[in-house]
Design a protein around this ligand. Sequence first.
Ligand code: NIG
Ligand code: FE
Length: 406
Amino acid sequence: MNNQKSSIKNYQSFLLENIGQLTTFNPDSGEVETTSNTSLCIEDGIIVENVSGESVDCSGCLVTPGFVDPHTHPVFKDLRIDEVAMRKAGATYEEIAAKGGGINSSINGVRNASEDELIELVSKRMDQFLKMGTTTIECKTGYGLNTEAELKSLKVIHEVNKHHEIDMIPTFLGAHAFPPEFADNHDSYVDLLCNEMIPAVAEQGIAVFCDVFCENGYFNVGQSRRILDTAKEHGLIPRLHADEFEDSGAAELAADVGAISADHLMAVSEVGMQKMADKNITATLLPGTTFFLDKDTYAPAQTLKEMGIDIALATDFNPGSCHIQSMPFIMHLAIKHMGMTVEQAFASSTYFSVKALNLEHEVGSLTTGRKADIIVWDVEKLEDIPFHNSELPIKMIFKNGKAIDS
Ligand code: NIG
Ligand code: FE
């Protein structure tokens, strides 16, 4: 990014001028709209109709909203790079997990790390997300898997969020896997989640959402329903990892419990999709995971869309099944492997991804009254964004109207 940002950092009200193309999803028309040769007014971090103040020159470049990433797992110690070679040697994600790898092999890292160590790691990860244009991000726990380490993970998200410019939305994912101490007694872990962990999470008051990995070999539908019903009673909003590897009826459960989103859906059934459509559940699709795990079946984006289901896109950034942090690369995969147009992938990475976080009235669209979360690109048009796979062509990023140092 160039140096212009430092000179504009503290403007309370300013005009972004000389925008070549302003491209944003417009919630009123329901379309991605592009306005040429225009400007944008910002006051106290919000987009307004008119403003008198300094002006910032965009040199005819493209301007879009910042990306919103509605599914990440950033609270962990180390990436599990060794699993890439194991997959190359023929082992599947499920087989690696069964042999003691997978989610459970990330537990000790989180349990043994101090809060400060995790804060430093998560903060650096957030720097990278923001540098790539992500201005709002959902962040899950899920590698502590006991009360103490899960509360610590939520505290880490909360502390980083206090100091970092990116907006982090915390999700409790204590139901990510059965930790080794409950390997032979899964229902006792579900008891612990419902009787101790969820009440403690609610009491701590940081988490907004409660997620469950509902999948054969992980939490079954009955266990997931019990966890999400308990979460709802404690004021947490349900969301689900649903039908990632096999259809286990998780999409139907998402509809039954009124989840805000069902995520993954690579193996979702017709019935599951119909129920999601009936209940207006957003489908959050994670093509980076399919790509990273060398699978060849991507989620059925076209069918979901034809059934009238809103589609959000997310990275699923985590230590095992996807190390990707770039939303433009996720758009690239969605366009190439799920038949989405550039405009659809863009709308799903901005407006529909905030729908999956209940924030559609605040961010995700450059329209009056929403936060000034803005990317000024070094390219002229939307079509140029998804196909830069090294350094992203970003000139300036504004979060809440504040220019971000890179
Ligand atoms: O979304 N599917 C479950 N959870 C993660 C994987 C986490 C891990 O492998 O560490 C996911 O892909
Ligand atoms: Fe995930």
